[in-house]
Design a binder for this molecule. Structure first.
Ligand code: BJW
Length: 236
């Protein structure tokens, strides 16, 4: 099946698998983050209220690590598509790293937030943050020691849902890359897209939990299958 030849507006959802070959741990693969840390201990607002030091240490460690990583061929290919595609294109990433941007992509929406922001729970201002939070530094805006990682934990509302659904409503093609399809609402986008009559394509190492919902699925490492799909799309 060859889909997408007539596509003009594209929404791309990315997950941890797109950054795996850059050396950033995924969550649910063997050896992934949720094997080493319990979700309930580090990725809920209740965990942060109960043991802020544990949570801040977990995110400080990951914020430091991502700054040593580099975009891979999948990020580069998506940045090229972002540059050269003449329809609308939105990259909705669940990832909190900045590798799409460092590869040069411009139309990126971080629905689960970003490691490189701190969010002040006192004044609600977000500030770029590359250092640590464990020492409870003052907010650059209001001075209160009330900063938390600007990431979306379980039970919190992902960012910019309206903008995502607006893009899906005018899309011709929805592409899901490197995500297990385990976490909602992102895992539901494929069904939302189908209901809207949008064609759907999965690019993942292996079939995801929702693989059967896609019109087409291609399986393999993102660094290989994403560049070849982008070549196909831009060449066709
Ligand atoms: C490769 C590869 C390679 C590897 N190449 N591929 C019951 C039913 C339905 C929903 C719920 C429910 N109970 C609770 C909920 C809601 C809950 C939820 O979904 N829970 C599930 C566990 C069931 N969701 C929420 O709470 C969300 N909020 C919410 O729903 O608000 C209400 C709402 C209502 C209506 C509309 C809108 C909102 C919030 C979810 C927040 C998720 N946060 C995290 C942490 C972020 C910060 C951090 O990084 O620490 O986000 S959890 C974690 O999972 C992270 C990720 O973004 C997210 C998804 O993970 P991802 O990216 O898919 O990674 P993996 O590891 O799962 O998969 C990697 C994939 O890559 C695999 O398939 C590999 O095969 C593949 N791969 N190497 C290509 N080289």
């Amino acid at each position: 099946m060859t889909i997408m030849t007539g596509s003009r507006n594209i929404v791309i959802l990315t997950g941890a698998g797109v950054s795996a070959e850059s050396g950033i741990d995924t969550f649910r693969d063997a050896g992934g983050l949720w094997e080493k840390h319990r979700v309930e201990d580090v990725a809920t607002p209740e965990a942060f209220a109960r043991d802020p030091e544990l949570v801040l240490r977990f995110y400080d460690m990951r914020r430091k690590a991502i700054q040593t990583k580099q975009p891979n061929a999948a990020h580069e290919a998506l940045a090229r598509l972002d540059r050269e595609w003449d329809g609308d294109l939105l990259i909705v990433t669940q990832n909190v790293d900045d590798l799409h941007e460092r590869a040069g992509a411009r139309n990126v929406l971080h629905m689960h937030g970003t490691h490189l922001n701190a969010w002040c729970t006192a004044c609600d201002v977000r500030s770029r943050w590359t250092g640590t939070l464990i020492e409870r530094p003052p907010c650059p805006d209001c001075g209160e020691p009330a900063l938390r990682p600007d990431v979306v934990w379980f039970g919190e509302m992902p960012y910019e849902m309206e903008r995502i659904y607006t893009a899906l409503r005018s899309a011709d093609l929805f592409v899901s890359i490197g995500t297990s399809g385990a976490v909602y609402p992102a895992a539901g986008f494929v069904r939302d897209a189908r209901n809207l009559g949008v064609e759907t394509l999965e690019l993942n190492l292996e079939p995801s939990q929702g693989s059967h919902w896609f019109d087409e699925a291609r399986h393999g490492p993102a660094s290989q299958i994403v560049p070849s799909w982008v070549d196909e799309l831009l060449g066709g």
